[in-house]
Design a protein around this ligand. Structure first.
Ligand SMILES: NC(=O)c1ccc[n+]([C@@H]2O[C@H](COP(=O)([O-])OP(=O)(O)OC[C@H]3O[C@@H](n4cnc5c(N)ncnc54)[C@H](OP(=O)(O)O)[C@@H]3O)[C@@H](O)[C@H]2O)c1
Length: 215
């Protein structure tokens, strides 16, 4: 699958798939935000928290069966803020980059989508529909915002970095009466972590008011 020809996808070439009534895929957000909900500065993470980053990698690459894959959905800025070396080492992942301006697929990416609906449409196309377990939206802010609004969005993994950092990008506000903070979540450490003098806690918010509509 990872050696398939590359794809550039727009909503026009996947829209018929979206129109069908199908089973939804788990759509999840993952990120880390500090006290003012800041997530980035000058195109990079504001902090150096290897344990937090490892949790991100372990979570997004985890699949329940050999041969299954997750989609990782990246905004263009977020994609290019990471070193190439990261993408080539991640197992079980199809990288989807979102951009309206790129016309060629970035190295190591598997798909380039021109809008968020195309990501959903892609996940509905065979053979991906059978292969993909979870769609992980990894940021930045615009992609998070669109994912939060999507009816498939069920969980938000948002590490609480309990410190003040100077940031220029922020996690979008979301309704915590709809996405409720879980006291515990399977597989997610519950205790407060500390690294490089910064405390943080892995937190999970679960949608508890269902959207009536299934795309
Ligand atoms: N702390 C965390 O967990 C975390 C997570 C992710 C990112 N970050 C940080 O966030 C910063 C990067 O964020 P960013 O502001 O550059 O945002 P970004 O969302 O990564 O990139 C924005 C670009 O992505 C494309 N895009 C986003 N949504 C799209 C959509 N629905 N359809 C088509 N294209 C779409 C657009 O590219 P075009 O202009 O080409 O159309 C847009 O200009 C970095 O500092 C990074 O470290 C932090």
């Amino acid at each position: 699958m990872l050696n398939q020809p590359v794809h550039i996808v727009s909503s026009t070439n996947v829209s018929t798939m979206c129109a069908d009534k199908v089973q939804r895929k788990p759509l999840r957000l993952i990120g880390a935000a500090c006290n003012n909900m800041g997530i980035g500065k000058n195109g990079h993470l504001p902090w150096d928290l290897p344990t937090e980053f490892k949790f991100f990698l372990d979570t997004t690459t985890n699949v329940s069966l050999p041969g299954k894959l997750n989609m990782m959905v990246w905004g263009r800025g977020c994609w290019f803020s990471n070193p190439d070396s990261l993408f080539s080492i991640l197992p079980n992942v199809l990288h989807v980059v979102l951009s309206t301006t790129l016309s060629t697929l970035p190295e190591h990416a598997h798909f380039l989508c021109q809008d968020f609906d195309s990501v959903i449409g892609l996940a509905l196309l065979q053979p991906l529909y059978d292969l993909v377990e979870t769609i992980w939206v990894v940021g930045g802010p615009q992609v998070y915002q669109e994912a939060l609004m999507h009816p498939w969005c069920e969980l938000v993994f948002l590490t609480n970095v309990m410190a003040d950092f100077d940031c220029d990008v922020f996690f979008p506000q979301f309704d915590q009466s709809i996405f409720k903070k879980q006291q515990r979540f399977p597989g997610v450490p519950n205790e407060i972590q500390e690294e490089n003098g910064v405390t943080f806690k892995f937190e999970v918010f679960k949608r508890e008011i269902c959207s009536a509509e299934v795309i």
